[in-house]
Design a protein around this ligand. Structure first.
Ligand code: PLP
Length: 396
């Protein structure tokens, strides 16, 4: 059975060109870049080339880029650095719809004595800018707000946010894990102080991340040890993955405009035809400001988990915002923050595409989905779930 992979916001395949560049550094060229000898030292040059390519993706300077182990580490590092740089300030602002890499870390700091404010979102997932402005005070140590949401693809108004914070001298971090490589980011125009990227969302391997730190931003390392990354992130470099990420960023930059048009074309067709062929279906998220590759569709009155299992039988990979599929008992905090009715939250499916998807993939989903929805609606009257799934979240 062929796999139709439509879960690219969860992770992506490693691009063949990326794998080719990495392979020698996992086999014969295994030297340590910090070694004095030529054998190790030759990997240093390749790391610096990769740094240039990563920097180019967001129009940064290479020395504004540090490599980390993942997006989560970059997010934690950025927030912790801001907090440690201004110990007298205690107020952290983030949004209700962040990835747990930011949300749970801020809540952790909240338990240690910081005050954490969560900016709400409106119905279509847009950031509530009035609420955000009301939260700003002299005690704000950092604002960490994602560039684009992983569940809905909704893009936040980064320019506006960064300008407001720049005027007030407040440190701004953005989690651009889902945005990088999918939409254009130019840190020379966008006055953000720190920005996170994760390799495995843009066809590099898992276990490699990036933190952009604008020159002049006060920085405290989070991982402390050796002098790697100019003392900003200790630990022997993940050489092969760094080289792979460099190549992945080069490809992303090269493909970006064409890919964006291609993916939004596929996505829009999928969305439009699903809405036509499946009754009681809705799209979650602002259609005018979304990542080109993402759609979040709610098939009301059925469970996302059941849909995923049926899709899986056809080799189709997607993901769900439903409670019982994510490993936690809570349904998607993002859809709940948007006020999506609970009958729709539970039946929500995220399809996220990549350059490797084809019209044929979309044809296949469109072919099987109406039958799955019909069958599940007949079989599974909504409401037979356990207590955790049947709480009325819409009223919370
Ligand atoms: N931030 C966002 C928006 C994400 O979607 C993810 C991963 O899903 C992360 C952070 C975490 O990245 P990583 O898996 O590299 O730690």
């Amino acid at each position: 059975m062929n796999t139709v992979y439509l879960d690219n916001n969860a992770t992506t395949c490693v691009a063949p060109e990326v794998l080719d560049e990495m392979a020698p550094y996992l086999a014969e060229l295994y030297g340590n870049p910090s070694s004095m000898h030529t054998f190790g030292g030759q990997t240093r040059r390749r790391i610096e080339e990769a740094r240039e390519k990563v920097a180019a993706l967001i129009n940064a300077e290479p020395d504004e880029i540090i490599f980390t182990s993942c997006g989560t580490e970059s997010d934690n590092t950025a927030i912790m650095s801001a907090v440690e740089s201004q110990p007298r300030k205690r107020h952290i602002i983030t949004s209700r719809v962040e990835h747990p890499a930011v949300l749970n870390f801020c809540q952790h700091l909240g338990r240690k004595g910081h005050r954490v404010s969560l900016v709400p979102v409106q119905k279509q997932g847009r950031l509530d800018m009035d609420a955000f402005l009301r939260m700003l005070d002299d005690d704000v140590v950092v604002v960490s707000i994602m560039h684009a949401n992983n569940e809905t693809g909704v893009i936040f108004p980064m320019d506006e946010l960064c300008e407001i914070l720049k005027e007030r001298g407040i440190v701004m971090h953005t989690d651009a894990v889902q945005a990088a490589g999918k939409i254009s980011i130019d840190v020379r125009k966008l006055p953000v102080d720190m920005l996170t990227i994760s390799g495995h969302k843009l066809h590099a391997p898992k276990g490699i991340g990036v933190l952009y730190i604008r020159k002049g931003t006060r920085f405290h390392p989070y991982v402390i040890g050796g002098h790697q990354e100019q003392g900003r992130r200790a630990g022997t470099e993940n050489v092969a993955s760094i080289i792979g990420l460099g190549k992945a960023c080069e490809l992303a930059l090269q493909h970006l405009p064409a890919e964006s048009a291609y993916l939004s074309g596929l996505r829009d067709r999928l969305e439009k035809e699903l809405l036509q062929s499946c009754p009681n279906t809705r799209v979650n998220g602002d259609p005018s400001r979304r990542l080109p590759n993402t759609t979040n569709v709610s098939f009301e009155y059925i469970e996302g988990e059941a849909i995923l299992l049926r899709l899986n039988e056809y080799g189709i990979c997607a993901s769900s915002g439903s409670a019982c599929t994510s490993g936690s008992l809570e349904p998607s905090h993002v859809l709940r923050a948007m006020g999506v009715p609970y009958t729709a939250v539970h039946g929500s499916i995220r399809f996220s595409l990549s350059r490797y998807n084809t019209e044929k993939d979309i044809d296949f989903v469109l072919e099987v989905m109406p039958g799955i929805v019909r069958e599940l609606r007949e079989l599974s009257p909504f409401g037979r779930n356990d207590a955790a799934c049947s709480r009325d979240y819409a009223s919370e």
